[in-house]
Write a protein that binds this ligand. Structure first.
Ligand code: FES
Ligand code: FE2
Length: 417
């Protein structure tokens, strides 16, 4: 349990009822005052966020289905942690995370070729290309060329440097604390109550988009955390959209969630045809019955998706084929690279297509979604520049922008803890 200097608990997620029952409760509990832009604009706060948030909280770095086989590895360069990590599936089937750093002289064990790099460790070992040290995917140093020429070498101590790693609902998280103050299960406890049990790992067909933006990470996170912008910024990509209702807020601090209801989507003939392909398949039809019970409990027919926001930098949108045809869920993740530089990643997840027509339909739906994300990301650099100008020092937030207020308050709590 982390507390700030006033003794308030940061981990208050074990609330029996996370649901906010009314707009008035939302306003009473979290306030209505404008929110300062200081934490976006001040580079010194970014340094505190690195130290007090990103190095102390659990961060999602992979999914289990990205590394399904023994020997599969994923490499993720994470400037916000000042390291590159390699996530492995060992001979025992266990998923582990290590610094992607050779314990001989520090070379990268696996050079990155992209913002996410995947390799298969042949014979279940990884070899540093500098001098040829060989490591098992469980981190053990297996062999050293010319080992007898080292006057002293403790191979047991020269294991790859391991990082705390655990799995929640097939999402792989790491924590940079040598001994995390909370287990992953504790960190996500309140969230698990609400969002556990959804068959995430059945939707292994991923369409991933990413871009590096010249903005603070929270500008990107905030833009994807509210539905107020939908009727205006998405008028081009979602012409059938008749407005969004962003409601049903749930608080499981430091995490929170809410629901997007909306009437209408793009209804071009092509989209209708592809929707028919996907909804004609048992695998891809809408499955509201599989959504966790806390989501859309009244069964509103205009349900689009639920957006659990996992502090600090992950949003999972649960759609279950509602809204976007055939799409099970999608995620946004925001990786700070510097105070004013952010890697944004958006990924659409579908159940695997059984036919070429289903695959084409998934690509079409994914492209529709990509178009909306292009509209979202197009605002971010201008917003950051505007805030950095100092012309305004506060953001005016309406009720549907509640998640921004909540995240901002959590950031203040963590960096003041
Ligand atoms: S730095 Fe890796 S073997 Fe030398
Ligand atoms: Fe958007």
């Amino acid at each position: 349990m982390i507390t700030n200097d006033t003794g308030d608990s940061i981990s208050e997620q074990k609330s029996a009822s996370p649901r906010i029952s009314s707009t008035q409760e939302l306003r009473d509990r979290f306030g209505v005052a404008p929110v300062s832009t200081e934490s976006i604009c001040n580079p010194a706060i970014y340094d505190l966020e690195k130290e007090k948030i990103f190095r102390k909280t659990w961060l999602k770095v992979a999914t289990t289905w990205e590394i399904p086989e023994i020997g599969d590895c994923k490499v993720k360069d994470l400037p916000v942690l000042d390291t590159s990590l390699v996530i492995t599936r060992g001979r025992d089937g266990k998923i582990r995370a290590f610094h992607n750093v050779c314990t001989h002289r520090g070379n990268k064990i696996i050079p990155e070729t992209d913002t996410e790099t995947y390799v298969r460790a042949r014979a279940n070992v990884l070899t540093c290309r500098f001098h040829g040290w060989v490591f098992s995917t469980d981190g053990t140093l297996k062999s050293v060329p010319a080992q007898d020429h080292f006057g002293e070498l403790d191979t047991a101590c020269a294991r790859l440097r391991e990082v705390a790693c655990d799995v929640w609902q097939d999402f792989v998280f790491i924590n940079m604390e040598p001994e995390p103050s909370q287990t992953l299960a504790d960190y996500l406890d309140g969230l698990s109550v609400v969002f556990g049990g959804y068959p995430y790992a059945e939707s292994t067909q991923a369409y991933r988009y990413s871009t590096v933006l010249d903005c603070n990470w929270k500008v990107a996170l905030y833009a994807f955390s509210e539905g107020y912008h939908v009727p205006t910024i998405h008028a081009g990509s979602l012409p059938g959209f008749r407005g969004a209702d962003h409601a049903e807020f749930k608080v499981m601090s430091p995490h929170a969630s809410s629901t997007i209801f909306a009437g209408g989507m793009d209804t071009t003939p092509a989209t209708s045809a592809f929707a028919a392909v996907l909804h004609g398949s048992a695998a891809h039809r809408p499955r509201p019955d599989q959504l966790p019970k806390a989501i859309n409990p009244t069964g509103r027919p205009d349900f689009q998706f639920e957006l659990p926001t996992i502090f600090p930098n992950l949003i999972i949108h649960l759609g279950a084929g509602c809204g976007y045809p055939g799409l099970s869920f999608f995620t946004h993740q925001f990786w700070p690279m510097a105070h004013g530089k952010t890697l944004w990643e958006g990924t659409n997840y579908f159940r695997p297509p059984a036919t070429a027509a289903e695959k084409a339909a998934q690509i079409h739906v994914s492209a529709l979604h990509r178009n909306a994300w292009l509209e979202d990301t197009a605002t971010m650099e201008d917003t950051f520049k505007g805030l950095m100008s100092g012309a305004i020092t506060e953001m005016q937030l309406m009720d549907q922008e509640f998640l921004i207020r909540h995240i901002s308050q959590n950031i203040d709590k963590y960096i003041n803890a």
